[in-house]
Write a protein that binds this ligand. Sequence first.
Ligand SMILES: O=C(O)CCC(=O)C(=O)O
Ligand SMILES: [Fe+2]
Length: 301
Amino acid sequence: MTANTLKYSSAFTKLTERVWTGKHNRTMERLVARFHLGRRAYSFLESQREYFSSNNAKKNLQISPKSLFEEVSAKKYVDQIRQEGVAFGINLPTSMVDEIYQYACTAPCYGTGTARDEGDFLITDVKNGYLREKHPIALAELKDSTLMGCQAINNLVEDPLLLEVARNYLGYWPTKILRYMSWTLVSSLPDEQQKRLNEPVIYHYDIPSYNSVRIYFYITDVDTFSGPHIMIKNSHDIKPVKMLFSPCQQTDNAIYNYYGKEKEIIIEGNRGFGFFQDPYCFHKATTPINSDRLLLQIRYF
Ligand SMILES: O=C(O)CCC(=O)C(=O)O
Ligand SMILES: [Fe+2]
């Protein structure tokens, strides 16, 4: 690089850093990332920053030499997420599912509603939808720092194929990776209370950052009666202006009226079933009727 290129690239890096991470960062994020074009522009600028910056995000990543998912083509996979907002075909081996399930049964979770005041608890403390027979629970979550103790999840975070998909989709090496796991529990609570205790059961899209992609793995078998994840195909790219300028949550009716019910994908799969998704698509959780559901997410930013 010539002295001039170095000077410009360092100025460019500083400027983008200031814009992305300044004190109005979250407001900027929520504004820019709502729009497909905003996310693409961010991707482009981040890719340029990555190219020019000496502190390349790749250097901060742990990447295993060999992927657990040999059969999958990252390119085909990324094209699929771009087209539909979702891609299938990356599934976990049984031994990993067992390890993750066992870990989740003995690791601290936190609840919503009145259960939040109880602090951490084990999922085995929840019986018939109530924690310690007192607090209704519809959703129990496990946070990133808790999940760092699970070797199988760490192996997924370091998996080169998953990182390659994330990198190609985002346009730059992820600068942050978060693990997240949640139990959605069988519950006989009225609908309104369900929605208060487990907000993701309302159709919504997420704006976790300027750009993001995630992989989901079912850790329990999921059919229509055990809380399938539901989403609207292509909705990451296509949203009516009215929805872009209103809150991220929408009623089922508003979604069906605009997209049509035929765009809805109800995702069922056995334990180990995985899918990448662009979280800017409309999606929702559902309340299980027969058996609790455990879901692992790895979120790339
Ligand atoms: O649990 C689900 O199926 C959806 C969760 C969700 O919407 C989210 O984590 O953003
Ligand atoms: Fe969500």
